[in-house]
Design a binder for this molecule. Structure first.
Ligand code: PMP
Length: 354
């Protein structure tokens, strides 16, 4: 018997996501919040956790957190589904609406997990190339979205790894002309761009995906989506009942309760982003792509893998391997860090290019 022979054909050829763990580096590779989570908020979260919370299963409906998200977004709790990170929700959407013989549309380049969850669920990923400024080619998007086998389309705005946004009028044009689902992934919406939440009232085929990861809870894995009740009730059939643990639910509540603190961190990150852009633009041969997110895509005139390796030697980890199309082969992506981290990154990168 070979275990490999027992594996589903579509899983056999996948490569596991096992990021290389670098120790003692400044992490500017995963678009997390670089500011420490406030100790007083940690204290308040743990003050609200009892021994009972450890031995009992979490609230399967996440009622308290949904009530907070409801107040935060202006949407009813019935329209919200919680996830163990928004990654889990991407998979849940595809488990529910995708599958063999069904297509999903993604404008490329974009967040790699859409395709990977597509492959895991047997859904056929259809990539529509973006234009040279990474904007959507709406006619081609529409043509693919209107294919009878298409069930779902994923559009991230701001987009990862490019950092640009899709204007809301384009989202409206796409969602109103198709009979399949459109997921607007707003993972980075706190850093820029316009939310599509107001469109939910008009379009039952729209799903808005959000995460707490980029504003300070990446380690606790909390995401949510907002959609029409028919969509949320179908998704709830395939959802693991206890997918978001008790500590994570309470921590996400605390983030909303203390939004003022996080709002200030977000403002600081956005201001630092502009400083990083200017610093990068001043470097010889570097091309910087405009970003409304908490990271910046840029190309370098020398081998990006070499630049990446030498930065790691200096204790700075950024993101490489963004793909081979669209000129990304010469690109790297840096997440906005603290002021000191950004200064160090700029100084060390500059050394590699002069
Ligand atoms: N969507 C986009 C566009 C992302 O970049 C990421 C994280 N890199 C996610 C979703 C997943 O976020 P999480 O699972 O941490 O909520």
């Amino acid at each position: 018997m070979r275990i490999h022979d027992l594996v589903r054909d579509d899983i056999k050829n996948l490569v596991p996501y096992e990021p290389h763990l670098f120790k003692n580096v400044i992490r500017m590779d995963a678009n997390e919040n670089p500011h420490l989570f406030p100790q007083e908020v940690i204290n308040s979260i743990f003050a609200g956790i009892s021994g009972e919370d450890f031995i009992r299963y979490p609230d399967p409906l996440g009622m308290e957190l949904k009530a907070k998200i409801s107040a935060f977004t202006g949407q009813s709790p019935e329209n919200i589904v919680l996830g163990n990170g928004s990654d889990e929700l991407i998979q849940l959407i595809l488990q529910t609406f995708g599958g063999p013989g069904r297509r999903m549309v993604i404008p490329a380049p974009t967040f790699s997990m859409y395709r990977i969850h597509g492959e895991i669920t047997g859904t056929i990923p259809v990539e529509v190339p973006r234009d040279e400024k990474f904007g959507l080619v709406t006619d081609e998007m529409l043509a693919q979205m209107q294919h009878p086998d298409t069930r779902v389309t994923f559009i991230a705005t701001p987009n990862n790894p490019t950092g640009n946004c899709v204007p809301i009028h384009q989202i409206r044009k796409l969602v109103q002309e198709v009979k399949s689902l459109l997921v607007v992934d707003e993972a980075y919406i706190d850093f820029g761009g316009e939310t599509s939440l107001p469109l939910l009232r008009e379009y039952p085929n729209l799903i808005i995906l959000r995460t707490f990861s980029k504003i300070g809870l990446a380690g606790l894995r909390v995401g949510y989506l907002v959609a029409d009740r028919e969509v949320t009730s179908e998704l709830s059939k395939a959802r693991q009942p206890y997918n978001v643990n008790t500590v994570s639910q309470k921590a996400a509540c605390a983030v909303i309760d203390n939004w003022q603190i996080f709002r200030e961190q977000i403002a600081e990150i956005s201001a630092e982003r502009e400083r990083l852009v200017q610093g990068l633009q001043a470097m010889p041969g570097v091309k910087v792509y405009p970003s409304q997110a908490n990271f910046i895509l840029f190309s370098v005139p020398v081998s990006p893998d070499e630049v990446h390796r030498r930065l790691v030697e200096d204790g700075i980890l950024i993101r490489k391997g963004l793909g081979s199309t669209h000129g990304l082969a010469s690109c790297l992506r840096v997440s906005v860090g603290t002021k000191q981290e950004n200064d160090l990154f700029l100084a060390k990168l500059n050394e590699k290019l002069v």
